[in-house]
Each structure stands twice: as structure tokens, then as C-alpha cells.
Design a protein around this ligand. Structure first.
Ligand code: FES
Length: 175
């Protein structure tokens, strides 16, 4: 007698179950390392980074990704990781805050500028600001206060003014 029946459980049915197609996986590069995602293609990138790769520097914000906490670079452009399903990331190059430092451990100039300007309070918003700032300075190396204020990011600890100074300081260092 099958074990399930012996235990009084209903027998498993097999005839009417459609198996999921075999997933070939999604290849992507995160912080210079190759990964293959074989789970749900609709999983948001944010969950993949935080729950699968354990890269928790990228923070959780609102569900629409409008507050900048979850920004990461995808192929060099800042995007909210909560709104990007893994299916959109085939062969993509993703950079999170953990991947900003140089290989020798030296900080990215914008990270250093945040330290120099004391632009970090609790730190919850910092990763998002760094990614947004790098994206901005790539597009606009001489970013103005207005450009910085147009970023979606906000700091609940009141560091906004110092963040502005840090981004402009990094712009100056770049120049
Ligand atoms: S440093 Fe705390 S929210 Fe910005």
C-alpha cells in the first residue's frame, strides 16, 4: 500500500497537473560577478539582491520605487530595483552600493565626499543617494542644486543640504 494511503492521506494525483516549463535561467552580472537566476522570472530585482544574494545595502522603499531608497545601476543607469523583474535583466550588468568601491578597497569619490561632508545620518537613504548621484554626475558632470533636488531621493534625517554639498564636491573632484 502506498505510504500516503497507509497514513490516511489522499493519494497524490498526477494526471491533471501541468508541470512548469523548465527554466533556463537568467544570466546577469552583479558587482562584477556572474550569476544565474533560475527562480521566478517575475521576481523583483530588489528581492533577488536582498534575499538571494544577501546584498542588503539596497534598501526597501515604497512599492512603486518612487522614493529612491532602492536605486541600483543597471547597465550604468539608475533604476528602482523593486520595479524591475528579473526577466528584464538578461545579460544585464547590475551595480549596487556594495560594488561601488574599487577593487583595492578604495572608496568611490562620491562615497568619500559623503564622508567628508558628513552627509550620513542613520544611513537608510545613503545607498540610494550614492546611486542616484553617480547616475546624475555621469549625465551632468556639473550638476546644480536644482538638478540634485530633482532626484527622487529624500533624507528623513535632515541630511539633504549636506548630501547636496557631497554630490557637488564629488563633481568638483571629478572635474
Ligand atoms: S541618513 Fe537617515 S534617512 Fe537619510
Amino acid at each position: 500500500m502506498p505510504q500516503a494511503q497507509a497514513q490516511g492521506l489522499p493519494a497524490a494525483t498526477t494526471g491533471d497537473i501541468t508541470p512548469e516549463p523548465v527554466r533556463e535561467g537568467i544570466d546577469l552580472i552583479v558587482n562584477g560577478e556572474r550569476f544565474k537566476h533560475t527562480g521566478d522570472p517575475l521576481m523583483p530585482l530588489l528581492w533577488y539582491l536582498r534575499d538571494v544574494l544577501r546584498l542588503t545595502g539596497t534598501k526597501v522603499g515604497d512599492a512603486q520605487g518612487k522614493d529612491g531608497y532602492d536605486l541600483v545601476l543597471v547597465n550604468g543607469k539608475a533604476v528602482p530595483a523593486i520595479t524591475w523583474p528579473m526577466a528584464k535583466l538578461v545579460d544585464a550588468r547590475v551595480t549596487t552600493v556594495e560594488g561601488l568601491a574599487r577593487a583595492d578597497g578604495g572608496l568611490h569619490p562620491l562615497q568619500q565626499a559623503f564622508i567628508d561632508e558628513d552627509a550620513i545620518g542613520c544611513g537608510y537613504c545613503t545607498a540610494g543617494w550614492l546611486i542616484a548621484g553617480i547616475d546624475l554626475l555621469t549625465r551632468k558632470p556639473k550638476a546644480s542644486d536644482e538638478d540634485i533636488d530633482k532626484l527622487p531621493n529624500r533624507c528623513r534625517c535632515g541630511c539633504q543640504t549636506r548630501v547636496r554639498r557631497a554630490i557637488k564636491r564629488a563633481a568638483g573632484a571629478q572635474a
